[in-house]
Ligand binder design. Structure first.
Ligand SMILES: CC(C)(COP(=O)(O)OP(=O)(O)OC[C@H]1O[C@@H](n2cnc3c(N)ncnc32)[C@H](O)[C@@H]1OP(=O)(O)O)[C@@H](O)C(=O)NCCC(=O)NCCS
Length: 172
């Protein structure tokens, strides 16, 4: 029998992302390293996935070009995290889609991220393709820039900024 769980994805304030960023992405760095440039910018959005009120995943999207500048069309994903025991159930994908939807609703055309080589398959699953050469982020590891085009038809329930409820499988 497939056991299901209800997961809510909604916008959250920037500071709410920091505990999961710290726990999973930067456990060996000071928690201040989990405050990213642009976290509080007006165009930035942060999303959380909740299971029975507990935060189980986060993702953020910034209006930033590869060169780090504000750009109307180009958006950056950062801080993409699902709790280890919750992976493989669809939470990461739903968070990524909330980011796509935010960018698209702001006329975004392209999304990029610095993808850890360990999770490139996750990004490829959502249309990202690697660009350029592998590079190392000190203390974190090997990465590729990955880029996805927004094609205009995400077909997501409700609109950007909505609270979305999903029924996902509870085991994988
Ligand atoms: C990357 C991460 C957020 C994915 O979260 P998740 O909740 O497991 O993702 P989902 O369950 O929504 O997976 C969506 C799809 O991607 C696939 N996928 C997930 N992680 C994958 C990986 N590491 N490699 C290949 N495919 C992967 C899943 O199999 C699933 O495919 P399906 O829809 O065909 O079944 C999670 O693994 C994580 O937090 N990793 C550690 C932190 C990290 O490295 N973050 C990225 C920094 S760049």
């Amino acid at each position: 029998m497939t056991v299901l769980m209800k997961v809510v994805v909604k916008a959250i304030p920037a500071p709410a992302t920091q505990p999961l960023r710290h726990l999973i992405l930067r456990p060996n760095q000071p928690v201040d390293e989990c405050i990213y440039p642009g976290d509080e910018d007006s165009g930035t959005a942060h999303f959380g996935a909740f299971l029975e009120g507990k935060l189980i995943g986060v993702a953020s999207i910034y209006n930033q070009s590869l060169e780090g500048e504000g750009s109307p069309d180009v958006w950056r994903i950062r801080g993409m995290v699902t709790l280890e025991e919750m992976r493989g159930r669809g939470c990461g994908g739903r968070l990524l889609e909330a980011c796509f939807d935010h960018a698209q609703s702001h006329n975004g055309d392209e999304i990029w991220c610095n993808a850890r080589t360990t999770v490139m398959g996750f990004y490829e699953r959502f249309g990202f393709r690697k660009q350029g050469e592998e590079f190392d982020l000190p203390g974190i590891g090997p990465h590729f820039v990955m880029v996805a085009k927004l094609d205009g038809d995400l077909n997501l329930p409700a609109g950007s900024g909505a609270v979305r409820e999903y029924t996902l499988r509870a085991t994988h």
